[in-house]
Design a protein around this ligand. Sequence first.
Ligand code: AMP
Ligand code: ZN
Length: 490
Amino acid sequence: MNKALVIQNTLSGNKETFKSIVEGHVGMYVCGPTVYSDVHLGNVRTFLSFDVIYRYLLFLGYKVRYVRNITDVGHLVGDIDEGEDKIGKKARLENLEPMEVVQRYTNGFHDVMRLFNILPPSIEPTATAHIIEQIEMSQSLLDNGLAYEKNGSVYFDVLKYAEKEPYGELSGRKLDDLMSNSRELDGQADKRNPLDFALWKKAEPEHLMKWPSPWGDGFPGWHIECSVMSRKYLGDTFDIHGGGMDLKFPHHECEIAQNKGSYGKKPVNYWIHTNMLTVNGRKMSKSEGNGFTPEELITGDHKLLDKGYSPMTVRFFMLMGHYSSTLDFSNTALQASEKAHQRMMIGWKELQDLPVSSSNDVDVTDLRSRCETAMNDDFNTPILISVLFDAVKNINLVKAGQQKIDEANKTALIQLFDDYLFKVMGLQEESNASTGDDLGSSLMEVLIEMRKEARTNKDFALSDAIRDKLASLQISLKDGTDGTTWAKGS
Ligand code: AMP
Ligand code: ZN
């Protein structure tokens, strides 16, 4: 019998026992990336946290419909309601079609998700494929008197909404404080109140991405896409909505207001927000310039990094912290995780060859029960890892002849690792090349030397063939002043 799963619900601020709307089924929506640039490691932390939540729900036997969108329009530079679209700006600077930008960074995002063994969602809808629904929801808010049109744009009327509903309930913000902290922003003269937010924006002639609407050519605001896509695929009210903490306000607060205002029901039962990956205490972000890409992390080719780390080391590092705490990136922390991860994987390997006895000292039932308790307590992966390290201790004691394990408990222990280390935490064994173990590294040195000789001999067909064959194995070569280095990952 499973113990109850408890979730820290950001909406109530309490830990609550999880109960799905339809028994045995879970609907989960997570805000996906805005695809105008490479994802950085901070973004990875959020998607990885929800990957573990998704995996655990599947492990518990739920049928999960997991929707994670792609934001491909409407997210304006500066996260406000005026200015250029992030994707449009990139397209203009690089002289590309906006959809070329979208495709490039969507592909890159998928590659990164695969690299970290993050499962694909059940549905990955895009904002541009739901323009009609966004127009319809905006119209319904106009019909309900909660929005107004001005010069071809449509705005949500926050004060009108707040007469009946608590605006700020998710982020804990008070309307009065919001009012006194807001100021008129340049170019926002169309708004009745600076707190109002755009549902639909009139497109200026130079704006690249626009669609016809009842209010003229324009494009949707940033928040409305998630309201319509979550409702379309998960229903009026669904179980879990997630995203990084930085999306709580205004993005998620606005989503709640749009859904409630449009059809009168609360959209989400459990809100989950992940905390930030920081560098020296500051949020990792593109604008801070302290974000590095997963590729840089693996090659070590970045000023913040002393060396490269394998994707599973990074996955382990992230799961050693709870998703709701900040996680500070440092070389020392990553090196400690690398050692811990290696110890865990060696324990797992040694378990396979452990000698069995007729007597048994290893209480696998207790270990399993503690794993379950950890995950049921708001997906507590650091505690789960510590229980698995207790299991590794047992493995070492059996190996040293100080404890005994019988056949049944050995099988149960293998199953425990299989369930929690691999299925739930999503770790996977890495090939020699990606962990950089001795044989893999030696073979790579031989190949790099052969390629160097081929180039010296002007045998470019051979040198290119070596590079291309390695690329097909997801191993990239980098030529620098100090010679050639290699890394796993394309
Ligand atoms: P974006 O593409 O910027 O909208 O971000 C995609 C997701 O990554 C959102 O859920 C953000 O909250 C999340 N995110 C952005 N920066 C960080 C960070 N430093 N740590 C954790 N999550 C982040
Ligand atoms: Zn969203």
